[in-house]
Design a protein around this ligand. Structure first.
Ligand SMILES: C[S@@+](CC[C@H](N)C(=O)[O-])C[C@H]1O[C@@H](n2cnc3c(N)ncnc32)[C@H](O)[C@@H]1O
Length: 205
């Protein structure tokens, strides 16, 4: 029996490929997915709530965004499509997820602006005007906190992070943990059990 999970670095199971279609802000997306990546059967409902309820970047938005835990790239592809002048770093530990995001970015003509990387490949001096994430919860609370502790401080001054997390998988405790860590956190939506959090630094008061 395979012990692979979607967050396995090198999925070992044979690849079964398919496509997922969805619409965000009137744009249709058709993305390649494969077994061994998160939510390969449909756009994850949490991601769908995030993309519907968070404030998508304006068409003229410039700057550098992060899709933390990009999977096959739905969030990165939406951000780069919405904001044709922005650069999106799409980061995942799962190599198959990174390959799919690279493929999807190319298919959508976004390859130059979606930089797909393993977490430790992003240059240390890059900061982010926006961080977007449907973060991994199955890694456990300690690891989730470690991941956010690694990336949230890289929010640029005045930047904003948009997170979605299932209430039953620790959404409210994550909210409280972020507040305890000195972040401003606003719950902008709660739908289908998913919390959408808007997180800013204290300097953005
Ligand atoms: C909940 S999934 C979201 C995937 C994708 N953004 C989506 O909406 O379908 C979380 C992703 O985080 C990735 N992940 C797990 N640990 C990670 C880490 N330490 N750094 C970056 N990504 C990680 C997993 O491989 C998975 O693809």
């Amino acid at each position: 029996m395979s012990a692979d999970h979607y967050f396995t670095a090198e999925p070992g199971a044979p690849i079964r490929r398919s496509e997922i279609e969805f619409t965000v802000a009137g744009r249709n997306y058709r993305l390649a997915v494969a077994s061994g990546v998160f939510s390969a059967g449909r756009l994850d409902p949490g991601t769908a709530v995030l993309l519907r309820k968070a404030t998508l970047p304006e068409a003229g938005a410039e700057g550098t965004f992060l899709d933390l835990g990009c999977g096959y790239g739905p969030i990165a592809c939406v951000l780069a499509s919405q904001a044709p002048r922005a650069t999106v770093h799409a980061v995942d530990v799962n190599s198959r997820a990174r390959e799919l995001t690279t493929e999807n970015a190319a298919t959508l003509g976004l390859a130059g602006r979606i930089r797909v990387a393993a977490p430790d490949e992003v240059p240390d001096d890059v900061t982010f005007d926006e961080i977007w994430s449907n973060p991994p919860t199955h890694v456990g609370k300690a690891e989730l906190h470690a991941i956010l502790q690694q990336w949230m401080p890289r929010l640029a001054p005045g930047g904003v992070a948009w997170l979605v997390i299932n209430r039953n998988l620790g959404g409210d405790s994550l909210h409280a943990w972020l507040v305890a860590g000195g972040w401003n956190v606003e719950r902008v939506a709660s739908q289908k059990g998913f919390r959408v959090l808007r997180v800013t630094g204290k300097s953005a008061d």
